[in-house]
Design a protein around this ligand. Structure first.
Ligand SMILES: Cc1cc2nc3c(=O)[nH]c(=O)nc-3n(C[C@H](O)[C@H](O)[C@H](O)COP(=O)(O)O)c2cc1C
Length: 306
């Protein structure tokens, strides 16, 4: 009898949403593979629901890739795994701090070297830049990104923004009279079980290159062109503000709170103005330079790093 393949799942999930996605996708694999779970635990936890100022104050170090430390991993970094699943979420268009702390660690370098990796995301809808950063980390570790699955909140962008902020600041995920529930739609979580079959197959035949096209076929990555433009503008602004704020001190430093408040005000105005503008620009760009924007969509649906 051949040995069961071994999967390592590395994840962080503050509200449990991403862990539910992980459990749904991997459900059918439970009796086909040995699955080891490694939950990333920040030494000083990120408290949920968030205090508003703390939430915004978390942006600079997230964007600059200077994360709060995580506790040592339970798994032996020299243990062999046939596949690593990195389940993570974007924070401020960047990998969440616990994810970045893991990817920067010596243990990750040892665990990931030469390994096939599938990234699995549960987020609002802005994940492109975070995934580019993760692709870079994986490349540096000598890992092979073989698949990417992204579950997003499919509500209109501004609706998803309002509901996610209510969720993060008040802990209220449920629908109101006017608003849908926050986060990834329940139906989409339940239907993510469909990704198990191609993962099971690739664990058997090891045809890693065949995986992402199959996942795409199953709708693993849906992507609206206007979000490419919005993210591009957003990350440029975040980079500027990260440097400006962190020049006054580290996370929580009283000296930088004035700057955090300034960016906090401008961010919300920026988003509510930029989001409709990006939509109009993308319609224009699609009309004028359709090929280029569609190439961008194709690139972001893929797993290669340019
Ligand atoms: C500090 C913070 C920043 C976030 N920034 C983004 C973002 O840039 N893009 C996005 O799509 N979702 C963003 N989200 C939503 C998360 O990606 C995620 O969907 C949500 O926090 C639930 O994840 P959980 O599994 O950790 O509970 C953010 C959440 C937090 C807490």
């Amino acid at each position: 009898m051949t040995e069961r393949p071994k999967i390592l799942v590395v994840y962080y999930s503050q509200t449990g949403q991403l862990k539910r996605i992980v459990d749904t996708v991997l459900g059918p694999l439970q009796d086909k593979a040995t699955i080891v779970y490694e939950e990333l635990k920040p030494v000083q936890p990120f408290v949920f629901p968030w205090k508003k100022q703390v939430f915004y104050d978390t942006m600079p170090e997230t964007v600059l890739g200077r994360p709060r430390a995580i506790a040592p991993l339970k798994v032996n970094p020299d243990e062999h795994f046939d596949l690593v699943i990195l389940a993570y979420q974007p924070w401020f268009l960047s990998p969440s701090q616990p994810t970045a702390a893991f990817l920067q660690s010596e243990s990750a370098a040892r665990l990931l070297k030469g390994k096939p990796v599938i990234t699995l995301m549960g987020c609002r809808n802005m994940w492109l830049n975070a995934q580019e950063r993760v692709k870079e980390y994986l490349q540096r570790a000598g890992a092979h990104l073989v698949g990417n699955i992204v579950l997003v909140d499919k509500s209109p962008n501004l609706v998803a923004l309002i509901t996610v902020l209510r969720w993060q600041f008040k802990g209220k995920k449920e629908a109101t009279v006017l608003l849908p529930p926050a986060g990834v739609q329940e139906k989409d979580i339940q239907e993510s079980v469909r990704f198990a079959a191609p993962i099971a197959k690739v664990l058997q035949d090891r045809q890693w290159d065949a995986l992402q096209p199959q996942l795409i076929e199953l709708g693993a990555v849906d992507l609206l062109p206007n979000l490419i433009l919005l993210e591009d503008r957003g990350i440029r602004a975040f980079r500027y503000w990260s440097k400006f704020i962190s020049a006054k001190g580290g996370p929580g430093a009283p000296e930088r709170q004035g700057r955090v408040s300034m960016y906090r005000g401008l961010l919300l105005i920026g988003i509510f103005v930029l989001s409709p503008l990006a939509k109009i620009t993308s319609v224009l760009k699609l009309a004028l330079n359709k090929r280029k924007l569609l190439e961008e969509v194709k690139y972001y649906k893929g797993i290669h790093l340019r």
